[in-house]
Design a protein around this ligand. Structure first.
Ligand code: URA
Length: 257
C-alpha cells in the first residue's frame, strides 16, 4: 500500500476538496461537476463555495449518493476501481527495480485515493481485470478462500489441448502446493481456452496448463465475481458502478440484509 497517502480530515471542508479526494478524478473534474450543477448536498444543488462535513452531509453526484466509510472515527469515501492491467506492469506498492506498478497506472488517470490496495495479484505478464479498493473488509473477503470468488481467464496456449487434458483441468491437477479444485474449462477455439477458478494461488493458471503439458503464451483475466472487464481498454481505469458495487458486496457476504 502506498505509504504517502494523506489521512482523511474531519469537520467542515470545501466540497471540491472532499469530492477531489474520492477518486472522482481530482480537483478540476470535481469543480467542473459542481459548476455544472450536478452535485447536491443534503438535496440542495451545491456551488463552489459550499462547505461540507463528510461525516454528516449527504453528497450526491447526478442524484447518486457518495458512500462514506466512517469506521474508527475516520472518514473516507470507499472507492473501488476496475483496472485493465497492461502487460509488464507489476502488482505491488513499489517495485525495487523501478518497474511500472499498478498504482502508477491508476495515477495516470486520477489522484490515487488514500488507502487504495489491490485485490489479489496478477503476474507481471498477465493482463486484464484487477480490482483495487480502499475498503479493507471487501478486499479481505474477496481474497479469502472461504468466499470462493470466481476468477475467469482467457488463455492462449501452445499446442492443441486434448479432451483428456481438458477433463484433467476440470477435475483438478496436482501442483507442488497440492491438487487444484474443480474448474470450469471451455475450449473457445483452437489454442484459446476459457478457465474459471475459485482459488488464488501464485501463477495458478499457468501452472495448471504446464501440468497438462501446455505452455501459456498469453493470459488475460476477464472477470472477478460479478465484475466484467468488458470493453475497458488496456491501461484504463474506472470506478465500479453502483450496481456492480451492490453485486460485489453481496458476493462477498456484505450488505445482505
Ligand atoms: N494465474 C496465473 O497463472 N497468473 C495470474 O496472473 C493469475 C492467475
Amino acid at each position: 500500500m502506498p505509504s504517502n497517502t494523506p489521512e482523511p480530515e474531519a469537520g467542515p471542508q470545501r466540497l471540491q476538496k472532499v469530492l477531489a479526494s474520492t477518486g472522482i478524478g481530482g480537483r478540476r473534474p470535481a469543480e467542473a461537476l459542481i459548476a455544472a450543477g450536478r452535485v447536491t448536498v443534503d438535496g440542495v444543488v451545491a456551488t463552489l463555495g459550499t462547505k461540507v462535513d463528510p461525516t454528516r452531509s449527504l453528497i450526491a453526484v447526478d442524484g447518486r449518493p457518495i458512500r462514506f466509510d466512517t469506521r474508527g472515527g475516520e472518514t473516507a469515501r470507499a472507492v473501488t476501481l476496475v483496472l485493465h492491467k497492461p502487460f509488464g506492469v507489476v502488482v505491488t506498492a513499489s517495485d525495487e527495480r523501478g518497474r511500472a506498478t499498478v498504482f502508477d497506472i491508476v495515477a495516470q488517470s486520477m489522484p490515487v485515493p488514500p488507502g487504495l490496495r489491490y485485490v489479489g495479484r496478477l503476474d507481471r505478464d498477465t493482463t486484464g481485470l484487477l480490482l483495487l479498493t480502499t475498503d479493507g473488509d471487501l478486499a479481505n473477503r474477496l481474497t479469502h478462500p472461504r468466499y470462493k470468488v470466481e476468477k475467469v481467464y482467457e488463455a492462449i496456449v501452445e499446442g492443441e489441448l486434448s479432451d483428456a487434458s481438458l477433463t484433467r483441468l476440470r477435475r483438478g491437477v496436482d501442483l507442488e502446493d497440492g491438487p487444484t479444485a474443480p474448474a470450469d474449462v471451455v475450449r473457445l477455439s483452437s489454442g484459446l481456452i476459457r478457465i474459471a477458478i475459485h482459488e488464488g494461488r501464485s501463477r495458478q493458471v499457468r501452472r495448471m496448463f504446464e501440468a497438462v503439458g501446455h505452455h501459456v503464451r498469453r493470459l488475460r483475466r476477464i472477470a472477478v465475481g460479478p465484475i466484467r472487464l468488458g470493453e475497458l481498454e488496456e491501461g484504463a481505469v474506472r470506478p465500479i458502478t453502483d450496481a456492480e458495487e451492490r453485486a460485489l458486496r453481496h458476493r462477498a457476504g456484505l450488505d445482505q440484509g
